[in-house]
Design a protein around this ligand. Structure first.
Ligand SMILES: [Zn+2]
Length: 424
């Protein structure tokens, strides 16, 4: 078999296309170049794109300037397809159009096979690393990714969206927020937008309508206790029951413990509390032997930080060991009272926890909704590690559009091609 024919077979071309030359260049770089042209058989197969046209014959109008598509490497060498894409003309209505070439991917510069390979690498590693391996610039790879994400996202179907989880992703510590909306049943990210106020819910509701769904069809939304979220959910997702997820309640208490520790250290207990920040953030079962000893040395009873720590552990116990909703209500109400009593005793030192107790009381129904078994918030809790992965992959590209595209790619479960896996 002559090389040209072999390449036609390898590229999976039908009788409408032929490889007219297969050349190996060494200047300026080593590269296989496959020149492809249409055959006469193509014209017989084409019909006018205008469905109303009584088209009888399509002919070749002319050829567009030569274009280059990068294909998978052959023998480890860069391989490119060159073709002057033919333009067709309908003899009935005289319409002229560019004939799509069968190997073209979603981006402008690559073949479909190359794109599937590149996307597979992008799933596994940061963009810059994928670029190194492929010998491609970040810019071209990002463009490829955007093309695939945009196409797949447009086809996203939200007609069965009922349980939503909301969280925010900061691009840099303490800066710029993306609001992220997830489908907790399908366990995927369905929408992300800049900002962290209630208008993000308006944009989400509008997006749902674009994808065959309805904001009023949402029956439950899991999120934290921020006023902006509550307002957004009430106004835009009117039928949704609000569920405050355990992760956010725990995070709020942990932050308060940190704050108490900081204040107490600043108020004179600096030596006592030196290097204890992680002791109080960890849970008892995760402490090393040395950390446990260090904790035992501290007089937790008489330290505001110690009290704050016990308050956190008690809340954790409620989440871990309470099964019935009535019992959860009882325990949470008792927890709030208990915190208040301690705060009276320790005064200003425990003020951050007094604030948390107040918040918990205010949102008690939402917090208790967790026990109703309405929805699983596991996916929501896992989002933080998704966010880290997204940031790692998009290193150097922190603007919203890049982060959102990468987020959809990594966690959107979109129909995006990848190579078949041989490992399973
Ligand atoms: Zn026509």
């Amino acid at each position: 078999m002559i090389p040209e024919k072999a390449f036609e077979r390898l590229l999976g071309l039908d009788e409408c296309w032929e490889v007219t030359a297969a050349e190996y260049e060494t200047d300026p770089i080593e590269c296989f170049m496959l020149i492809i042209r249409e055959t006469e058989k193509l014209w017989a197969k084409l019909v006018c794109p205008d469905a109303k046209c009584a088209c009888t014959q399509v002919v070749c109008h002319d050829h567009a300037p030569v274009r280059v598509w990068r294909h998978l490497d052959a023998f480890g060498k860069r391989t490119e397809i060159l073709c002057e894409p033919p333009r067709a003309r309908c003899t009935a209505c005289q319409k002229v159009w560019r004939v799509p070439v069968p190997w073209e991917g979603e981006g402008k510069h690559f073949t479909r096979d190359f794109e599937a390979f590149a996307l597979t690498l992008m799933r596994e590693m940061p963009m810059t690393k994928a670029g190194d391996i492929l010998g491609e610039t970040d810019t071209r790879l990002w463009r490829l990714l955007f093309a695939h994400v945009d196409k797949a996202y447009a086809a996203l179907d939200l007609s069965e969206l009922v349980h939503v989880g909301v969280d925010e992703m900061s691009r840099r510590k303490g800066h710029h927020y993306l609001m992220v909306f997830a489908d907790l049943v399908q366990k995927r990210v369905v929408f992300a937008t800049e900002g962290k106020d209630h208008t993000t819910f308006q944009r989400f509701a509008a997006e749902i309508l674009q994808h065959n769904g309805h904001p009023k069809a949402i029956t439950a939304v899991a999120m934290d206790m921020s006023a902006a979220y509550q307002k957004g959910a009430r106004e835009e997702l009117g039928n949704a029951r609000i569920v405050i997820d355990p992760f956010h309640v725990s995070a709020l208490v942990s932050q308060a413990v940190d704050e108490v520790r900081r204040r107490e250290a600043a108020a004179g207990a600096q030596t006592t509390l030196q290097k204890t920040i992680y002791l109080f953030r960890k849970n008892p079962e995760n402490l090393s032997e040395r950390e446990q000893e260090r904790l035992d040395e501290l007089d937790l009873k008489h330290l505001a930080t110690g009290q704050a720590y016990l308050i956190r552990l008690e809340l954790r116990d409620i989440y871990q060991h309470t099964i019935k909703p009535e019992r959860a209500r009882e325990r949470l109400e008792r927890w709030v009272k208990w915190v208040r009593r301690k705060c009276e005793r320790f005064g200003e030192a425990l003020a951050p926890l007094l604030k948390v107790a107040h918040t918990v009381e205010q949102h008690l129904e939402g917090i208790l909704a967790h026990w109703s078994g309405w929805l699983s918030t596991a996916f929501l809790e896992g989002l933080n590690s998704v966010f880290s992965a997204v940031k790692r992959k998009a290193r150097g590209y922190r603007s919203s559009e890049y982060m959102i595209a990468m987020l959809y790619f990594v966690a959107g479960k979109l129909a995006i091609p990848s190579l078949p896996s041989h490992s399973k």
